[in-house]
Design a protein around this ligand. Sequence first.
Ligand code: TXA
Ligand code: MG
Length: 343
Amino acid sequence: MRPLGVVPAQEDNIQSAAEALRAGELVGLPTETVYGLAADARNPVAVRRIFAAKGRPADHPLIVHLPALDQLSQWAAAVPVEAVALGRAFWPGPLTLILRRQPHVPDEVTGGQDTVGVRVPAHPAALALLAAFGSGLAAPSANRFGRISPTTAAHVAEELGDAVAMVIDGGACEVGIESTILDLSRLDTCGPVILRPGAISADAIAAVIGQRPLGRAESEGAGGAQAPRVAGALAAHYAPRTPMRLVEPAALADEAGRQLAAGVRTGVLVRAGASFPRGVTVRMAPADVEGYAHALYANLRDLDAAELDLILVEAVPLETAWDAVHDRLGRAAVGAGLEQDET
Ligand code: TXA
Ligand code: MG
């Protein structure tokens, strides 16, 4: 199929996208978290195209996106009551559940593991496409492996334009960072474990299932069974090409000034209007956590495109509400090639 580029999320384009998916093509899919790179999850050849397009190692599993909770048992086996309760509470929404897989789920999707990741995304265009397609869509974030996740259709075209039959334009992603991943496949031995923090918090999960999930590090510390492979678990991820460092708010203006004086073209991402020396590229981020997450990847992408030598990011609060943002910033800083500021 000839690449159609970015198309609006209207009925005829949704139908063409469903046809392209049936033919084994890839489609750029808007979700409420980030844009996905979707393929028919039952078609191993199509799924392999995702890995080729992203440059992603083949043993990293993909999330299967479903049109509704009632398809869960087609993909997951031995579904625990906790999964159904969480699906009822949070789907459509930014929560991915890791469950035992049905035998037919291709190894290409699960990375050869005996589990499968599933979620129902909360974006009208994603739900329309899933309904038109009628079955599960495997979709990782639509970025090249290790790079910043896309939160607009233009970002997807920038990252992977040639590889996709089309990108459905669903506007800027509301949440802006990837779904919370909750492992329910080892309930007997480890209880519920959060593999990747996201907008659905441990407290919100606990309120539904009556048990507080552990974080990944806690579950490993508790001698849990070997953790499943999670691409987002790599120390370096979500990264701009420009070196990036996290700096405490009080030290930021001085540090930016010092770098600039040393001839380093410097940009900063800040939450409040401190004053910076002229010549520092300043990007303002919303002060509240939802707003900050919504704009985070677009802010990093813009700073990355600004021909800078260094991006300084104002460290965010250490409160649990900021865990998911903290997680992404930490990995982005490592991936950009410099250590986090310890101060
Ligand atoms: O918000 C999201 O989750 C977005 C949108 C597109 O839905 N998707 C996304 O996909 O972030 P991706 O592939 O970039 O990250 C999915 C993560 C990976 O770290 C992968 O290792 C993990 O989910 N994952 C998928 N299936 C898994 C499984 N069976 N066991 C453990 N981890 C799994
Ligand atoms: Mg990703």
